[in-house]
Design a protein around this ligand. Structure first.
Ligand code: X8Z
Ligand code: ZN
Length: 598
């Protein structure tokens, strides 16, 4: 404690010089202190943020901004103090911990307290505006929130109604634009203060390789998976033409973005009925069974827990059930976006999700519990190592489990009838369903940060925000805006992770990695057969291998963690290609004669 007040007492000096006046603190001692300080402010921040997002009012917003500001101030100060060790030989642990410290914030703030406060307020406000977003097509009594609009996009097949839902939601982000412009200025200043050229360089730098090398890695992976997407896009456009006609969905052109059953056209599972290759062959309707069997949020979460327990993970702590928010409360504004929380890095873990009884939310709760079980697996690590090997690992855990929710598994737990047909037709149907989530997502997973990297570097200035967004969506996804857009709009802001400032490349990486993990775990489980039929449900050995990797947290470079589980040190798309081999062969024939591309 003394040291802290000494440091605070010489505030007029540069922080590094200030720290240099404490010659007795070794780098390793510094790391111990940094862990303790960050744990304290991180916990307070988590409590305030949780309260704000589960009870949005101007008061909770102000308190959350204050707590967040403290974390940013602590990180900025500690990074400054760590400069005293530059040029010195550090232990492997001190060097890694200091590296983690630099990359610990998604948006560092400027050192000027007034600007720091401004940034914290802006970030908090952007999320609040997004979360409270509503579309009121017929006046104030007709307002629809995000879930209602998303449901409309998923279920309606009337182009006018789809367009209304799409346009309504894309209007809520207009007021976020101005805040976002200022946020970029402030966060860039914060990143420069930590020694980065801009915030994008900081984001790309957190992967145990240089930022340029990382960017090249993402391009390499994209080239590996692009043929899968091209085939699926061609087929989907053909099917959408059958439903909506060539006037709305023309040949050789990008497809209007409101027709895919999803607000961002990022996953197409909601239009599986339109995409289904062989009608009447399979009954894959899990939602109907969930409803029939009276599954509520708790029961769905319990089902996910049981999967992890079958792998040898512990049961969820009682506090998880007491403190999580699993449904939308009726009496207040909340942020319903699904997320998993590690409150105190000591076992207070929670989920915030507004679970509805349907298949999509079932998969999401399994995804979220993946985060929770990662948190619980690395509780013994120091604070700065309590994160994923990289952020894509964190996203991939629950999704790896999702890949094991095969027909066999769903039948085991009574959500699908036994004796699903095992014909080639049934297999292609099933693969189409998984592809509509996993392959459809890949270009979106990549482009969101292509946009932000450009924004942070200044290559995309504010007066080109929207235009550049749609250029990327057209280039990568082959979709286009369903109505005229201008720079008065702020369409990127209609995606949670933009106002929420959550880096997005993590999901792109996750969608590649999860197949790598799945293949390795299936091997560990002794499964023999095609990858798409494997479920690791009930395999203690797969669970043991999984936990071995998870327990490392961020204590080692991610390549070590990957090697531990898969035997390779490279992210690689060969497993996703292998998984979808049957569908790809089928699509090649099916697309014959179609004019693919856009
Ligand atoms: O945001 C999420 C999770 C929470 S970490 C539900 N995902 C991305 C998205 O929905 O945009 C999972 C898949 C991609
Ligand atoms: Zn996630």
């Amino acid at each position: 404690m003394k040291r802290r007040s000494a440091a605070a007492g010489c505030a007029a000096l540069a922080l590094a010089a200030c720290a240099a006046q404490q010659p007795r603190e070794t780098p390793d001692e510094f790391v111990v202190r940094a862990n303790a300080e960050l744990l304290k402010s991180g916990h307070e921040n988590a409590l305030a943020a949780w309260t704000q997002l589960t009870y949005i009012t101007p008061d909770t917003e102000a308190l959350a901004a204050k707590a967040y500001e403290r974390v940013q101030a602590d990180v900025g100060r500690l990074v400054g103090e760590a400069r005293a060790f530059e040029g010195r030989a550090l232990s492997a642990n001190a060097s890694r911990a200091i590296r983690q410290l630099k990359f610990s914030l998604a948006a560092p703030a400027p050192s000027d307290p007034a600007k720091r406060a401004e940034q914290a307020e802006i970030e908090t406000r952007m999320v609040s505006v997004y979360s409270a977003g509503k579309h009121c097509p017929q006046g104030p009594d007709s307002c629809l929130n995000f879930e209602q609009l998303a449901q409309r996009l998923a279920e309606s097949r009337d182009p006018a109604e789809l367009l209304d839902a799409w346009a309504g939601w894309h209007a809520i982000s207009k007021p976020i634009r101005e805040d976002y412009v200022r946020f970029v200025e402030l966060a860039n200043e914060g990143a420069r203060g930590l020694g980065f050229a801009d915030l994008g360089e900081l984001w790309r730098g957190g992967y145990d390789m240089g930022p340029a090398e990382f960017e090249a890695e993402t391009d390499r992976l994209w080239q590996q998976v692009k043929p899968l997407y091209d085939g699926l896009h061609c087929y989907a456009r053909g099917k959408l033409q059958e439903r909506y006609g060539k006037a709305l969905v023309p040949d050789g052109k990008p497809v209007p973005a409101h027709l895919f059953g999803n607000m961002w056209a990022q996953q197409w599972n909601n239009i599986y009925d339109l995409l289904e290759p062989y009608a009447g062959v399979s009954d894959l309707d899990v939602t109907a069974e969930l409803v029939k069997q009276g599954y509520d949020a708790r029961k769905m979460t319990g089902s996910a827990e049981a999967f992890y327990v079958s792998l040898g993970f512990p049961k969820l702590p009682a506090s998880f059930w007491e403190r999580s928010m699993l449904t939308r409360p009726r009496d207040r504004e909340v942020d319903c976006y699904a997320s998993a929380w590690n409150m105190d890095t000591k076992g207070d873990v929670r989920i915030k999700q507004c679970i509805q009884t349907n298949e999509e939310d079932l998969y999401t709760i399994y995804h979220e519990l993946g985060h929770i079980y990662y948190y619980l697996s690395y509780l013994d690590q120091p604070y700065l190592y309590q994160s994923g090997a990289h952020d894509g690992f964190h996203e991939a855990i629950g999704d790896t489990v999702n890949l094991s929710m095969t027909e066999g598994y769903l039948a085991d737990i009574g959500l699908l009838g036994r004796g699903q047909k095992s014909t080639r037709e049934a297999l292609i149907n099933r693969q189409m369903k998984v592809a509509s989530e996993k392959i459809a997502f890949l270009p979106f997973g990549k482009l969101v940060d292509q946009w932000r990297w450009g924004v942070f570097s200044g290559r995309i200035p504010p007066d080109r925000y929207n235009q550049a967004w749609w250029e990327l969506r057209r280039r990568y996804q082959g979709v286009e805006a369903p109505m005229p857009r201008s720079e008065a709009d702020f369409d990127p802001g209609a995606k949670y992770h933009i106002p929420g400032n959550t880096p997005y490349t993590r999901y792109f990486l996750s969608f590649v990695l999860q197949f790598q993990f799945h293949r390795a775990l299936c091997e560990a489980a002794g499964f023999q057969g095609p990858l798409h039929e494997c479920s690791i449900y009930g395999s203690e050995e797969a669970g043991r291998r999984f936990r071995e990797m998870l327990a490392l947290g961020a204590s080692r470079p991610w390549q070590d963690a990957l090697e531990k589980l898969t035997g390779t040190r490279q992210m690689d798309a060969s497993a996703i290609v292998e998984y979808f081999q049957p569908l790809m062969g089928w699509l090649e024939k099916e697309n014959h004669g179609r004019r693919c591309g856009w």
